[in-house]
Design a protein around this ligand. Sequence first.
Ligand SMILES: Nc1nc2c(c(=O)[nH]1)N[C@H]1C(S)=C(S)[C@@H](COP(=O)(O)OP(=O)(O)OC[C@H]3O[C@@H](n4cnc5c(=O)[nH]c(N)nc54)[C@H](O)[C@@H]3O)O[C@H]1N2
Ligand SMILES: Nc1nc2c(c(=O)[nH]1)N[C@H]1C(S)=C(S)[C@@H](COP(=O)(O)OP(=O)(O)OC[C@H]3O[C@@H](n4cnc5c(=O)[nH]c(N)nc54)[C@H](O)[C@@H]3O)O[C@H]1N2
Ligand SMILES: [Mo]
Length: 764
Amino acid sequence: MTKKNKSPEPQPPEKLTGIKKSAPSSLAGGLTAVKSSMQHIMNESGLVRGTKALLKVNQMDGFDCPGCAWPDPDEERSTIEFCENGAKAVAEETTQKQLDSSFFKKHSIQELSTWSDRDIGKSGRMTSPMVVFPGDTHYSPISWGDAFSMIGAKLNQLEEPDQAIFYTSGRTSNEAAFMYQLFVRAFGTNNLPDCSNMCHESSGVALSETVGIGKGSVKLEDFDLAEVIMIVGQNPGTNHPRMLTALQSAKKKGSKIVSINPLKEAGLLRFKHPQSVGDVLGSGTTLTDLYLQVKINGDVPLIKAMLKLLVDKEKKSPGTVFDHEFIKDSTQGLDALLEDLDNHELSTLVAASGVSMAEIQAVVDLIADKEKIIICWAMGVTQHKNAVDNIRELVNLLLLKGSIGKPGAGTCPVRGHSNVQGDRTMGIYEKPSTAFLDSIERTFDFEPPRRHGYDTVEAIQAMTEGRAKVFIAMGGNFLSATPDTVYTAKGLQQCELTVQISTKLNRSHLIHGKTALILPCLGRTEQDEQNGHLQFVTVENSAGVVHSSKGSLPPVSEHLLSEPRIVAGMAEATLKKLPNINWQVWANNYDLIRDNIESTIPGFESYNEKVRRPGGFYLPNGARERSFATITGKANFSINRVPEHRLAPEDYLMMTIRSHDQYNTTIYGLDDRYRGIYNERRIVLMNREDMDRNQLKEGGLVDLHSNYDDELRVAKGFLVQAYDIPRQCIATYFPEANVLIPVRQFADKSQTPISKSVLVRIVT
Ligand SMILES: Nc1nc2c(c(=O)[nH]1)N[C@H]1C(S)=C(S)[C@@H](COP(=O)(O)OP(=O)(O)OC[C@H]3O[C@@H](n4cnc5c(=O)[nH]c(N)nc54)[C@H](O)[C@@H]3O)O[C@H]1N2
Ligand SMILES: Nc1nc2c(c(=O)[nH]1)N[C@H]1C(S)=C(S)[C@@H](COP(=O)(O)OP(=O)(O)OC[C@H]3O[C@@H](n4cnc5c(=O)[nH]c(N)nc54)[C@H](O)[C@@H]3O)O[C@H]1N2
Ligand SMILES: [Mo]
């Protein structure tokens, strides 16, 4: 092999593909969605393999859709329980293209890094373990045995276990996640960062403080019972399309929907169910009744204004707005909240929200006499400096109305990755509770480490500063998903060993440690046969339902191992024997892993039996029962500051969002159909008046600069696109703009990077 000359590119190429436009859509679903799903399936998986897979998505005896964590109906399911974007996720995994060693022989790592993210992802499924040694320019094949020995040897050479980092993305099954965290803790560290750190961590922190459980409280059936559903900072038409079915059904039963979002997202406006003939022929269902186009990060002032107006109404007709009985019996802190609200000027709050007084008043009039309110939220709320406050403020509203712990009401943080919630339940967490560690100690008879580990931003810093030397990733695309791409790249490249357990090739394989391994694993859709028996795995959805997932397609290659088998291989090669754990025996029969989960984690009694029931079972959820496991033993009102953004005329707040054709860092295509943007991802959505003010033309080429901590960060080559977005707010796509997000700017308490409010300047 030749010597390295150029280093690989950490960012997607700055090349433009050429923007094509249409008017943004005001309707989601319909036949176009069906057409789009089928196109992706035909191109990647082929008709037979693709259809076979699709008919098993989210069925009782099928596999859990790798798309999102939206819950499935408990009782009746239709034969089609997937959406357009679920179909794209399935197509991506079931592709017939395979990456064998000849591919890696042909293309150097440096060359691959100049490809677009889409082309890297579309190259096919990984089929056998690959390695790069120091100085190599290409990946070459390695046997599974040698790969595991290398990992074991390197981990055991470290001065201390905390020099290794073990990341998890949220697609990993409960079984693999439980084994993985056990291996990591037996090795001696809690360095278990995960994608949740960048996602709903803020929800976990805020909900634990206020209602005593870091998960949502509503079930799918609650949507049909709700009087009002508020959807804050979420784009379900693209990211949780099956949620639109629940919203449509709720609307038909009389619910009202309030959307709070800087953008008028098509999926929140109107929906045609693609599988309903009546819908497809008709005009569909209007979803949102009141749409508040809040400024980026204007949610706290907005909700505070609503709270103030509700207080006024309650004062005028006492007992008609607040749920006094619930407040008295089950909450704490109302007086302090009321006092704080008095200190805020209504007009200042309204101005900071960017929404008109009349629109806010309309929402207040709608909810004042309602008791059953659900609030849904996602990344528009969780990825700001004050993200935890954002969520606590939403909880204040629910608590005043007694809208939690009863049918048709409650909290609904809509999770992203299909098992991100389950992975946390299994102990993928850098700050495990004492109770959890005690339970590990009791069950497995070893002392797990007690000191907290690194979360995602701490892990990046530890690698870059040389405190961490081995990085292992159970799925995901750490380089492209994290902030500060160039800084993160440096950290990964300084590691002595990086290991990626993956289904598909991504940029994290190309920006690697001195020695690097890719370990290819089975995907959700594939049959998982161990020791002659077909296995199933289990996952937990956004509503806390644990259920089975069983792949049905033959694996793309005979060399793939399952995630539990890969953990077993790493553990066996690394750890001296632990008397109570036989890793390979567990990997032979997943029932044994589940028996051990049952012995360790509350709520999993009779796991193997209950998870075999159609639809699975609900985990216990205190908030749902109005039993609030907080420090005070009650649900807590909270006082939240209004964030201040003193924007100079040339400053903008930038949110980095998902297009319709991507799954996080996996780029399915170059279109963002609902927003009317085609064939280009390097775009910046701007208010027309801001463009005029800056003499920027539609399609004009600009660079984006951010300046934090005395460091200039530059993202080059974006096309300006006029869009209906509040003044001084702009939007770009993730991951192209991640290079602008500083690693040291994150949410207070949850340390989630500020991906939705980055201060930037537009430079021509
Ligand atoms: N097809 C598809 N499905 C997915 C994913 C995917 O990439 N593709 N990703 C999965 C994952 S991991 C996750 S976490 C979820 C993400 O699901 P979402 O949270 O829906 O994803 P984002 O594109 O980040 O959208 C954020 C939304 O918040 C709005 N927003 C931004 N800033 C603010 C703000 O300050 N206030 C308010 N009120 N709104 C704001 C944006 O306009 C946008 O509509 O989706 C999951 N499902
Ligand atoms: N700027 C900005 N940054 C963000 C966000 C944002 O909104 N803006 N969102 C953040 C959020 S919410 C999240 S969740 C993170 C996502 O961060 P990650 O979860 O790390 O990223 P993904 O892009 O979902 O990971 C995709 C890769 O996972 C691998 N994969 C897919 N299926 C499987 C499987 O079954 N097993 C294994 N082992 N591997 C598999 C494939 O190799 C694929 O390339 O990104 C975060 N980063
Ligand atoms: Mo996420």
